[in-house]
Design a protein around this ligand. Structure first.
Ligand SMILES: Cc1cc2nc3c(=O)[nH]c(=O)nc-3n(C[C@H](O)[C@H](O)[C@H](O)COP(=O)(O)OP(=O)(O)OC[C@H]3O[C@@H](n4cnc5c(N)ncnc54)[C@H](O)[C@@H]3O)c2cc1C
Ligand code: SF4
Length: 453
């Protein structure tokens, strides 16, 4: 284990945010990485407890061997720690930046938990910096060909593992850049796009082929030995008023960051209203502030969550408590108050404004209407499953929740055809999409070996 008394002597210290005033001027990363000594000290706090909930189903969906690599990091054996991490984690440079760190919420130290996410990011970035990350090219090829539709985290994880197992993998992606929501969705300040491109180049060197600007059609089923549908679940929940969907707005913002052009949808000088108080809404708030909006508010239908865990939400479950994320903190810095307005929705659009109404449950409360300035209405009200077009193109039925989840709970839809990631489970998290992609790859491998019909 780490230092037996480490957790008593050393306080939890996360990578600090850059100062709000500075970070609002650019789309660069949000956090300041800490030096090696600080990282080792943080790793020394791991108690290697008898029941490491952090790597159980309550914690990390990849079942990362957290106490083991924390111990190696504490002892200054970074390279071995990274090797241990990479046995289960395909792309720690993504999870080390965007994972909500379910493992930390399940840590026995509770609110004083280990800084696993920051430690993980340190290990992988040290690995890239020191040249420890080399292309891993399989010694033998099986002669089997697999197509992966979609290059989001689930598609990348499926492709990565199948390639390591020796199969010839082609990733088919309709967008002009690979990465799915890692590229066009999660903003650059949370996940710099050069980190995504670095991984794609590495996978190409390892033998994975990427076909971009290509819409996958059912004909590919006859061309490959297996096809994995990893097309995501980006069908947005619509409202009764017109607005721009969050992913469309965030995609335009990232395109502008990458090209240096003015964004096709620009919040500059506008009063922005974001409908949806969740993480996607928060990304819209942070992006609108960076583009120089005149003001931003976020409407949320539900009441504010409690500050402390409720009795029916005990540790080590994920805490359903109030979180104030980076965009909301930036709005507080810029506007002097939290941008979220709870138990409120938009009723109709007016010229340069919207009318809102308070809710009790899902019912509007008469007489609570309010007019707010609004030049740009962004809809971040959740997702309702995968796109009907991709499901129809492959002649598969979406289930009642809009996903392609086989009735037996596996990844196998029918002969040759598999599904993984958000397309199978509904909109989720990067770490869950990675875990699901790896599970699908193992199933496809068994199928290709003839172990499964
Ligand atoms: C704005 C936003 C921010 C988020 N932030 C976070 C975060 O901070 N942390 C976190 O853990 N999770 C976050 N998530 C959730 C996370 O991004 C998703 O759960 C994850 O990306 C799902 O991965 P996926 O591979 O299943 O699908 P996606 O990432 O959606 O990728 C699917 C890909 O398939 C392609 N595709 C679809 N159909 C076809 C077709 N017919 N032919 C060719 N290509 C096709 C699409 O173009 C897309 O590139 C966020 C989600 C959103 C919307
Ligand atoms: S992937 Fe997420 S849950 Fe797993 S160890 Fe990393 S931060 Fe924790």
């Amino acid at each position: 284990m780490g230092k037996p008394t480490g957790f008593m002597e050393i306080a939890r210290v996360e990578n600090p945010y850059r100062d709000e005033a500075a970070r609002l001027r650019d789309f660069e990363g949000l956090h300041i990485p800490q030096p090696t000594d600080a990282r080792r000290a943080q790793a020394s706090r791991c108690m290697n407890c008898g029941v490491p909930f952090c790597q159980s189903d309550f914690g990390c969906p990849l079942n990362n061997l957290i106490p083991e690599w924390n111990d190696l990091l504490y002892r200054g054996r970074e390279r071995e720690a990274l090797e241990r991490l990479l046995t289960t984690a395909p792309f720690p440079e993504f999870t080390g930046r965007v994972c909500p760190a379910l493992c930390e919420k399940a840590c026995n130290l509770e609110s004083d938990a280990l800084t696993n996410r920051d430690n993980e990011l340190y290990l992988i970035e040290t690995g890239f910096e020191k040249g420890w990350i080399r292309p891993r090219i399989p010694r033998k090829r099986t002669g089997k060909r697999v197509a992966v539709v979609g290059s989001g985290p689930s598609g990348l994880a499926t492709a990565d593992l199948l390639n390591r197992l020796g199969h010839a993998v082609t990733v088919i992606e309709r967008a002009d850049r690979a990465g799915g929501l890692l590229m066009y969705g999660i903003p650059n300040m949370k996940l710099p796009k050069n980190a995504v491109e670095r991984r794609i180049h590495l996978m190409e060197t390892e033998g994975v082929r990427f076909l971009l600007n290509t819409e996958a059609k059912s004909e590919i089923i006859s061309e490959y030995d297996a096809v994995a549908l990893c097309g995501g679940a980006k069908k947005p929940r619509a409202l009764n008023v017109e607005g721009i969907f969050a992913v469309e707005y965030l995609t335009a913002a990232t395109r502008a960051v990458l090209s240096g052009d003015v964004p096709a949808i620009n919040a500059k000088g506008k009063h922005v209203v974001v409908v949806g108080g969740g993480d996607t809404g928060n990304d819209c708030v942070g992006t609108a502030l960076r583009q120089g909006c005149a003001s931003v508010i976020q409407l949320e239908m539900m009441p504010a969550p409690p500050v402390e865990r409720a009795a029916n939400n005990p540790w080590p479950e994920w805490p359903r408590t109030l979180r104030t994320d980076y965009g909301q903190l930036e709005a507080i810095h810029r506007q002097g108050k939290d941008p979220r307005i709870y138990e409120t929705t938009v009723r109709r659009r007016l010229p340069g404004a919207i009318e809102t109404v308070k809710l009790k449950g899902f019912d509007p409360i008469p007489g609570t209407e309010q007019v707010l300035p609004c030049d740009l209405l962004l809809i971040a009200a959740g997702f309702v499953g995968c796109e009907t077009a991709t499901a129809a193109a492959f002649h598969v039925e979406r289930n009642s929740r809009g996903n392609l989840l086989p009735a037996d709970g596996s990844h196998h839809l029918r002969d040759k055809l598999f599904s993984a990631g958000d397309m199978r489970t509904g909109q989720s998290l990067v770490v869950r999409a990675l875990a699901d992609g790896r599970a699908a790859a193992r199933e496809i491998d068994r199928y290709l070996k003839g172990d499964v019909q």
